[in-house]
Write a protein that binds this ligand. Structure first.
Ligand SMILES: [Zn+2]
Length: 288
């Protein structure tokens, strides 16, 4: 697959609109590995990963951007999240409520999140306070939900095309966004979006980026930038496990020491960390 795990930005010479193309293969396979996601959750994670990659570059002050979906009370989806850093490394996971099964068929996001689901977009700047924007989930797609968000909250009209193949566990996406403070960009965006929506899954997942742009925008002058690599990288570590363990009470630590140690499994990547009794003993000593 050409241009796998890459994101490429582009600009139009005749329109105040910028664009991005992304294709995820190995990185998103790593994100899905070890999780026994149902088909609808797997599709959601493929879309959410592409969306996070496309959003990450929209917030230039962001050192990390997190896209998180939550179902309404009683809905099957407990959460789905993808967190992406400024270097375009990302991780994430999803979980359904105990015993919950989304109804097959019907609008995909509605059956997972209910009518009152929420998408939260959180930016953790390198410096300063984090900020968060919220938008109600669209019944159909992450793509529509994000378009509502950028229109209403960010006042920055943006179009998304998200396509994936759950069998091959790969995904691709395209973003078009008006440049800030540009008047009369709406018509340009509309025109370029109509063309973008003609992109098929086969083209999005298989063709080199430049050929996609050639097919969609043969009559436009498009400038492309050097593609940037995307990787899967979790945030778990032995140190983080010990930090979490240090929040336990002396009594709880004592029980684990008596058990001869314990293990912790990362909810995102499934990696397991063994914590020895001697390490717990040291934590107990520090806390007393
Ligand atoms: Zn992990």
């Amino acid at each position: 697959m050409p241009n796998s795990d890459l994101l490429m930005r582009f600009m139009f010479d005749q329109h105040p609109v910028r664009g991005e193309l992304v294709r995820l293969d190995r990185s998103v396979k790593e994100l899905l590995r070890g999780h026994d996601y149902s088909p609808s959750v797997k599709s959601l994670m493929l879309d959410l990963s592409c969306a996070a990659a496309l959003c990450a570059t929209s917030f230039k002050d962001g050192s990390e951007t997190m896209l998180q979906l939550k179902g309404e009370s009683g809905a099957p989806l407990r959460y789905a999240l993808v967190n992406i850093r400024a270097d375009l490394s990302f991780y994430g996971s999803a979980a359904l409520e105990q015993g919950a099964q989304p109804a097959p068929g019907g609008a995909p996001l509605l059956s997972l999140c209910g009518a009152q689901g929420i998408l939260a977009l959180t930016v953790f700047p390198a410096e300063g306070e984090r900020w968060q924007g919220l938008v109600q989930t669209d019944p159909d797609s992450v793509q529509n939900t994000l378009e509502h968000y950028f229109m209403r909250s960010a006042q920055l009209p943006t179009s998304f095309v998200l396509l994936h193949d759950p069998q091959c566990e790969c995904a691709a996406g395209l973003l078009l966004q008006v440049l800030p403070d540009e008047q009369n960009a709406a018509l340009s965006l509309e025109h370029l979006t109509v063309l973008a929506r003609s992109l098929t899954g086969q083209e999005a997942l298989k063709l080199p980026f430049e050929e996609i742009l050639q097919r969609l925008y043969a009559h436009e002058s498009v400038r492309v930038f050097a593609p940037l690599p995307l990787t899967f990288r979790c945030n778990c570590s032995a140190e983080r496990c010990l930090t979490a363990m240090s929040k336990l009470t002396p009594g709880e630590l004592g029980e684990l020491i008596n058990d001869g140690g314990t293990s912790m499994t990362c909810q995102h990547c499934g990696r397991s960390y063994q914590i020895r009794a001697a390490q717990l003993q040291a934590l107990l000593k520090e806390s007393s």
